[in-house]
Design a protein around this ligand. Structure first.
Ligand SMILES: [Zn+2]
Length: 326
C-alpha cells in the first residue's frame, strides 16, 4: 500500500497523485495529447467537444469537423505523438501502450519502415522516462479494404508493435474477419486486445475474447450486465482497460458515480484506468483516479490497489522491450 498515493487522493493533491507511477494501456496516439497543447502548436484555439457526444458517431463527427482539418497530416500526427508522451510522463505514467493506427501509413511514402523509424526514435528518445510500447491500431472498417489488411499483416512483421488493438464501429466487421490477422500477431508474440462492450452486450465481450483469443479488452464495461461473464473474465484473468470519462462523454453510461467499473472490480475482474483520447476527453490517468475517488466509486485504498495491480500485471505479462539491449 502506498500511503503517499492514498493521502494524495484523500487530500486532493493532484501533484502528488501525478507523482505516483501508473500505466496507460488504452490510448490512441493520434488524439493523445491535451487539446491545449495542440492549440499552442497551431497558434489558435479549437472548438471544445460537447460534454455529451452521441456515441462513436458523435465523436467521429467532432474529429472530422473540428480536429482533422487542422491536424490530419504528418506534422500534426508527429507533434501529437511526441506531445502525448510528454503528457504521459508528466502524469506519472511509466508504461504506455499507445496505439498507432494502420492508416497513419498514408503519411509515409516510405511505408511501414518509415513509420517504424519514427516510432523507434520516440521509444529511444523517451526510454529513460517511460516504457513506450507501440501498439498496432486497426479500425474495423479497414477489414473491408484489402489494402489496409495487407498493410496490417506487413506491420505485424515490422518487429516494432508489441500489441494489437481493434476498434471503431462494431457493425463494420465481425471478429472473424480479423481472426487470421490476430493469429499472426500472436505468432510473433504480440499481446491481443480489442474494443468491445463499450456500449452494451456482455455476451459480445465473451465471444470476441474467445474468437480472437484476447488477452485484454478495451472498455468491456458491458460485461457488468452478466455475473456469469464477469466470473468467466475473472477466472481467465482477462483484463479490462477502462476509460471512465470516455464512457460518460460518449454516453455509454449516464455519469461517473454509476460507472460499472465498481461492479466489475467487485466480481474480481482485473481492471485498469486509462485515458483513451486525452485531446477529446481531457482527463489524464491521474485525473481519472481522482474523479473516481471524488465520485465515490472507489476508496483511496482500492484505487491504490488498482494502480499497483496494473503496474504489476502490465509490467510482468509482456516484458518484451522491443529494442534490443545494446
Ligand atoms: Zn479506445
Amino acid at each position: 500500500m502506498s500511503i503517499d498515493f492514498i493521502e494524495a487522493l484523500s487530500t486532493d493533491n493532484l501533484t502528488a497523485i501525478s507523482a505516483a507511477p501508473k500505466t496507460d494501456v488504452h490510448c490512441h496516439s493520434f488524439l493523445s495529447t491535451r487539446r491545449e497543447k495542440a492549440e499552442n502548436w497551431l497558434g489558435y484555439p479549437l472548438i471544445k467537444p460537447p460534454f455529451k457526444m452521441k456515441g462513436l458517431e458523435g465523436m467521429h463527427a467532432y474529429i472530422g469537423e473540428v480536429l482533422a482539418p487542422h491536424l490530419d497530416h504528418r506534422e500534426g500526427f508527429e507533434f501529437i505523438a511526441a506531445s502525448a508522451i510528454n503528457d504521459a510522463i508528466q502524469d506519472g505514467v511509466v508504461i504506455l501502450e499507445m496505439s498507432f493506427d494502420i492508416r497513419l501509413l498514408k503519411f509515409y511514402l516510405g511505408g511501414g519502415t518509415e513509420l517504424r523509424s519514427f516510432i523507434e526514435a520516440l521509444v529511444e528518445q523517451y526510454r529513460e522516462k517511460i516504457d513506450l510500447r507501440p501498439e498496432l491500431g486497426f479500425a474495423r472498417e479497414c477489414a473491408n479494404d484489402p489494402k489496409w489488411m495487407k498493410s496490417a499483416y506487413e506491420a505485424i512483421e515490422l518487429d516494432i508493435f508489441q500489441s494489437i488493438d481493434l476498434y471503431s464501429h462494431q457493425e463494420a466487421c465481425a471478429p472473424e474477419a480479423v481472426q487470421s490477422l490476430y493469429t499472426n500477431a500472436r505468432a510473433v508474440g504480440m499481446k491481443l486486445k480489442a474494443h468491445v462492450g463499450e456500449f452494451g452486450g456482455a455476451e459480445e465481450v465473451r465471444q470476441t475474447v474467445e474468437i480472437l483469443d484476447l488477452d485484454e479488452v478495451q472498455h468491456g464495461i458491458a460485461a457488468a450486465e452478466s455475473v456469469e461473464i464477469m466470473q468467466w473474465l475473472s477466472e481467465n484473468q482477462i483484463q479490462l482497460n477502462v476509460c471512465p470519462t470516455s464512457n460518460v462523454m460518449l454516453g455509454g453510461i449516464p455519469d461517473l458515480a454509476s460507472h460499472p467499473i465498481r461492479i466489475l472490480f467487485d466480481h474480481g475482474v482485473p481492471v485498469t484506468i486509462n485515458t483513451d483520447d486525452l485531446m477529446i476527453f481531457g482527463q489524464s490517468v491521474s485525473e481519472e483516479y481522482r474523479n473516481l475517488y471524488q465520485a465515490g466509486v472507489f476508496s483511496a485504498d482500492e484505487l491504490d490497489n488498482i494502480r499497483l495491480a496494473s503496474l504489476a500485471t502490465v509490467g510482468a505479462r509482456f516484458p518484451r522491450p522491443y529494442i534490443k539491449e545494446k
